[in-house]
Design a protein around this ligand. Structure first.
Ligand code: DAH
Length: 345
């Protein structure tokens, strides 16, 4: 019997060491240690042994089983490691291979212009503020010295939602909002870029367009401050050699009011198709804040003066990038947008 057990052990160990896969190893386990396995059969047959032999054989079988089990375990962990290594080898990734190129969006030209304007004015100490696009008649017109029935309201074809609400026609509405929100009535220096709406639609007018408004209120603010500020702005935005021309104009919220032209940056003022042979391009409206506007929004016009200006973002972007139809900005044609790739940001 002892020999039989020793034989079983030897065979089993051989087979365990030869097993090449986890499956083969498991088969060996079943063959020897399973319910119907060879070693189990020996245990089952112990009933036929004498009382003296039984404990001896019993402990021998247990010993063999323990050693087979530890042998199996050892081989099992070797095989597992081998399998893992094979798997890792098979799934190896070559990180030096070039990746597939991801398409990235490009910054919209209007946003580029906004960011540029913000940088220029923030560097001069201005805050950037926001206002609602759905505006009240009060803020869009009345508080800007445009009472109901004022003829200048006809200059702006508005989208009214109800008699008191409209899509703002001008970012100037934010002037009144900033003044009213400032409870201490302290000095103000802000710009407000944003969307504006009018009932227009042709190559140079879109029903939705962008404006940026500027407002400065303080003691002793003069027209010279307005001129100097706009000169810095235009030179940084459109080129160091740009010249400015102030033409008297009319806006209800400023007095005096000016339309400001910049020397044509395409022909340097000589006259070309962009400036319609005049050498000048109109870029913004501006003026000294009307005393009525200061007063209506809680500022004492005897103590404070101010200047304001408003310019069209679309026009600036059209000049800067040589775009001939304003509607390109709003139709989101990728062939157009791709030309403003990030590379040259
Ligand atoms: N809001 C005017 C427009 O849309 C532009 C403008 C003119 C703004 C004069 C101003 C200003 O702040 O002082 O036509």
């Amino acid at each position: 019997m002892k020999e039989q057990i020793a034989q079983i052990k030897e065979n089993a160990i051989n087979e365990i060491t030869e097993a090449k896969t986890l499956q083969e190893l498991n088969d060996v386990r079943v063959k020897y240690l399973g319910k119907k396995g060879e070693l189990t059969a020996v245990l089952r047959g112990m009933g036929a042994l004498s009382a003296e032999e039984r404990p001896i054989i019993g402990s021998l079988v247990n010993e063999v089983r323990d050693s087979l089990e530890s042998e199996i375990q050892k081989n099992e962990s070797d095989l597992k490691e081998k399998a893992l290594n094979e798997k890792l080898e098979k799934e190896r990734i070559d990180i030096s291979l070039p990746s597939t190129k991801m398409k990235r969006g490009s910054k919209h030209p209007i946003n580029r212009v906004i960011e540029e304007i913000e940088d220029i004015f923030v560097s001069m100490g201005y805050d950037v503020v926001d206002g609602p696009e759905l505006e009240t008649d009060e803020y869009c017109f009345e508080r800007l010295n445009l009472p109901k029935g004022h003829p200048a309201r006809d200059m702006q074809d508005s989208f009214y939602v109800d008699p008191e609400h409209l899509l703002r026609t001008q970012t100037s509405a934010v002037q009144a909002r900033v003044m009213m929100a400032n409870e201490e009535k302290t000095p103000i220096r802000v710009i407000c870029p944003g969307k504006t709406y009018r009932r227009d639609d042709d190559a140079t007018h879109s029903h939705q367009f962008g404006q940026v408004e500027g407002l400065v209120i303080d003691e002793n603010v003069s027209l010279a401050d307005l001129k100097g500020t706009l000169e810095i702005f235009v030179r940084k935005m459109l080129g160091e050699n740009s010249k400015l021309r102030f033409r008297p104009s009319y806006f209800p919220f400023t007095e005096p009011s000016y339309e400001v032209d910049v020397s044509c940056f395409k022909c340097n003022g000589k006259g070309c198709n962009l400036c319609k042979q005049t050498g000048w391009i109109e870029i913004l409206g501006s003026g000294m804040v009307h005393p009525n506007v200061l007063e209506m929004n809680g500022y004492d016009p005897k103590k404070y003066t101010g200047f304001a200006f408003g310019t069209g973002l679309d026009r600036l972007a059209m000049f800067k990038y040589g775009i001939t139809d304003i509607r390109y900005f709003y139709t989101n044609d990728v062939r157009f947008l791709n030309q403003f790739d990030r590379k040259d940001v």
